[in-house]
Design a protein around this ligand. Sequence first.
Ligand SMILES: Cc1cc2nc3c(=O)[nH]c(=O)nc-3n(C[C@H](O)[C@H](O)[C@H](O)COP(=O)(O)O)c2cc1C
Length: 326
Amino acid sequence: MRKNRVAEILQVRYPIIEGGMAYVGNGELAAAVSNAGGFGQVAASGRTPEDFEEQIQIASSRTDKPFGVNIPISKYFVNDSYFRVVEAHKDRIQAISLGSGDPRPYIPYFKELGLKVMVLVGSVKHAVNAEKSGADIVICEGFEAGGRNSPFELTLFSLVPQVRRAVRIPVVAAGGIVTGHGVVAAMALGAEGVQMGTRFIATKECPAHEHYKRKLLEAEDNDTVIIERSIGGVNRVLNTPYVNQITELEKNQPAFDQLYPLINGRRNRIAAIDGHINDGWLHAGQSVGLITSIMSAGEVIQQILQEVKECGLRLNQSLEELLATD
Ligand SMILES: Cc1cc2nc3c(=O)[nH]c(=O)nc-3n(C[C@H](O)[C@H](O)[C@H](O)COP(=O)(O)O)c2cc1C
């Protein structure tokens, strides 16, 4: 049987990736996902270079399976300190995912280190550019996704098939995938793997505060909102009373200095890690309403695989009915 290309590139059993996640994507969670046959990632975002390195060491000590790291391409992260950490641990890191900014100048550097490179994209043009620059995988992130999204705001349903048609390298779908049904749908559109963020926060191994996890369980379909549009950003977060202050302020086009104290990363940390949800904001994707329990990362992956099987069987039947001629 032909092997799934994403699983082959990442050297994992299942093409299920834990997306890089600021503050909450630590070494313990990455190892748990990788131990369950998926691909865990340690995020640089929200970490000093020292903390980033420590989390890579924790992941290494807790799994002998491949895992990756995530670095946003921005002034803050594209510097010697973070790159040196990756270089020091290159033998243990299977792949790096690059989000935000323009990854093209950095892809050859990471390829030379021997890493596989995944690039997050929100448009066909960016996917084609990533492929031309040597990326091994493109991760299409739809507007449904938790966290900072592409300004193009394309939904996964539109993005994946158009990117799939434009590139030869494997496409991974990210944004709004929480169940096996989402995985099957993504694959029907042409994805060869999935990346999930929000679902992995509601796990036992995730360092997110229990208040954050409880908020995810309580949230319904329309409980996420976009903030930072007034400064050209697209940041999908849970719609809490704290966030309401931000959205109200943004209606009046505030000056950056007025908005920044409310939207900075420290405000994310205060809520996500310390649990002060009235003093900070929390990322979540639009499918958050499908999350109904806190499980281990391994149980999440097993449940998804079971759902993939069940959904596949049901889908076969539905398609037979659709195509039946009388
Ligand atoms: C809490 C949180 C933090 C995130 N931080 C990052 C990050 O630092 N770098 C990045 O490339 N993507 C980041 N993302 C996006 C995820 O990697 C992933 O693509 C996204 O969560 C997928 O959508 P979903 O949440 O609907 O599953 C973050 C998402 C969440 C929920």
